[in-house]
Design a protein around this ligand. Structure first.
Ligand code: ADP
Ligand code: MG
Length: 184
């Protein structure tokens, strides 16, 4: 698989009983990729360790198996790549490349603040993908706080507007799996 997953995770190894805030049927439905037919976006929101990346990769693995051009990238790395292309004068080409993936998984929005010019680069990419291809996001920041996360609240609103318009949002409110059996 060339999707650059950081590890291979599948729905089979996800313990749904540990996260009762999400319905297994709604999550498992994603493996049929119906959302991609309608260019819907997927958003996983939750605290660290609740399984956002695990589920994001699981969806990505299904997409790869069904022959969809898929890429997994952290938000931080994506912004670095877009900023560097912008400086080198190759932004248009790099945007086109990321816009062409049938499924783009952008992991970890919110761990680092997003500067104004970075927000605009992300906006341009999402605008190119809007109603053409699905994008899957994971974030630890509730959508209502994205205005503060992005140093440009207007761009955050424009991004959210496109993102949320056709989307399936999953709020995972359970405990961190990393802490399992670690805290008495
Ligand atoms: P997040 O991205 O939300 O911070 P991860 O998806 O990276 O969390 O999960 C942290 C670790 O715990 C990973 O190794 C993941 O495979 C595992 N994990 C998380 N939730 C579950 C779960 N419900 N069942 C099985 N493994 C899980
Ligand atoms: Mg994660």
């Amino acid at each position: 698989m060339r999707a650059r997953f950081p590890a291979i995770k599948t729905f089979d190894s996800f313990d749904f009983s540990f996260q009762p805030s999400i319905k297994p049927t709604e999550i498992l439905e994603l493996q049929h990729l119906g959302f991609m037919e309608f260019q819907e976006n997927i958003i996983f929101i939750g605290n660290p360790g609740v399984g956002k990346t695990h589920l994001a990769i699981s969806v990505g693995v299904c997409a790869c198996h069904q022959g969809k051009r898929t890429l997994f990238i952290t938000c931080h790395e994506l912004l670095l790549r877009l900023s560097s292309a912008n400086k080198k004068g190759t932004l248009e080409r790099v945007l086109q490349r990321y816009a062409r993936y049938e499924l783009l998984i952008i992991d970890e929005i919110g761990y680092l603040p997003i500067e104004k010019d970075e927000a605009y680069l992300l906006f341009q990419l999402l605008n190119m993908r809007y109603e053409k291809h699905s994008t899957l996001f994971s974030t630890n920041v509730p959508l209502s706080s994205w205005g503060e996360l992005f140093k440009s609240p207007e761009t955050a609103v424009a991004i959210l507007d496109r993102l949320v318009h056709h989307s399936r949002i999953f709020r995972i409110t359970g405990k961190s799996y990393r802490m399992i059996n670690k805290i008495p």
